[in-house]
Design a protein. Structure first.
Length: 303
């Protein structure tokens, strides 16, 4: 996966969720807790999501072709959107159904030590996975707040893992509360209520992921800061005296398309303009430190 993709965080979360899913399902078999079943399916959904992120990262590395001249960088956005769909359906909707079913037909939890022990183990494992994701994110988020990072990041993997891990920990706490009250009261309805809360949480996280990934799929431009950087890098004060128009779009997390109309003097020769365009492109690539496909159109400022 390309830089900023958080491969280590994805792999760590995948390993943690596979172990947690197995433990939760074993606890469900022995205890009959619907919260454990919902959490088990949640962990299976998370594991499949992380596998999808790895597949998307691998496929995005394919070289550009005549049919896809800008490469396959957006494969990472496509697979991240699929992750949101899987989390919504396999995780959220299943948990809502299971919670409703348990409330409609409640029964006491057997062998309470199974779900409690597995939930505590799962919280520790998810906390370790979240710690890895936070560490990876801190290396690239700069001075942005966590919400700004999730909203503005062009590489989708780390925001997805952050939301999944935070959602997993919150879901585990809800499951532990629901199971705990059900054990103390002997009323299985509380287990179902905890399951419903898990479902609502997963649906909300899936909707946030879907909205943010949809924006990337449609084609986002650079931030105001990066746009200002591009404008400043294009102008040399000699041949290129201004920027008459500028459009940008990410064609992948590390690939940027730039189209600009630059102002030159009417007395400049073709050779001077061509040299100025090459130098402007070099300045922009150095300023952004990323892959840039650039189309610069020289024009004469009027008025």
């Amino acid at each position: 996966m390309a830089a900023g993709g958080g491969t280590k965080a994805v792999v760590t979360a995948l390993c943690a969720n596979l172990a947690i899913a197995a433990a939760k399902l074993v606890a469900w078999v022995f205890s009959g807790s619907s919260s454990m079943l919902a959490e088990g399916v949640h962990s299976i959904a998370d594991s499949s999501n992380q596998a999808l992120l790895l597949i998307g990262g691998k496929r995005a590395q394919r070289a550009a072709t005549a049919q896809h001249p800008f490469g396959y960088g957006r494969e990472r956005y496509v697979y991240s959107f699929i992750v949101a769909i899987v989390l919504f359906t396999l995780g959220g909707l299943f948990a809502l159904y299971e919670g409703w079913h348990k409330i409609s037909d409640p029964h006491a939890i057997d062998h309470w030590y199974w779900p409690v022990g597995v939930l505590i183990f799962a919280i520790v494992a998810e906390a370790f996975a979240l710690r890895t994701a936070v560490k990876e994110s801190n290396a690239v988020r700069g001075k942005q707040s966590w919400w700004q990072f999730i909203r503005r990041a062009k590489a989708p993997e780390l925001p997805v893992i952050l939301l999944e891990d935070m959602g997993a920990i919150c879901g585990l706490i809800l499951a532990l509360i629901g199971v705990g009250i059900a054990i103390l009261t002997g009323n299985g309805v509380w287990d179902g209520i905890g399951t419903l809360c898990i479902g609502i949480l997963l649906v909300l996280i899936a909707l946030v992921l879907a909205v943010e990934t949809k924006s990337l799929l449609l084609g986002e431009g650079t931030s105001d800061e990066d746009t200002a950087t591009i404008r400043a890098a294009l102008i040399d004060g000699k041949t290129v005296t201004g920027v008459l128009g500028l459009q940008t779009m990410y064609v992948g997390p590390e690939d940027l398309l730039i189209a600009a109309r630059i102002s030159v003097d009417h007395d400049n020769t073709v050779t001077e303009v061509a040299r100025a365009i090459d130098e402007a492109e070099a300045r922009v690539r150095a300023a952004l430190a990323m892959n840039c496909v650039m189309y610069l159109e020289p024009d004469i400022a009027r008025g």
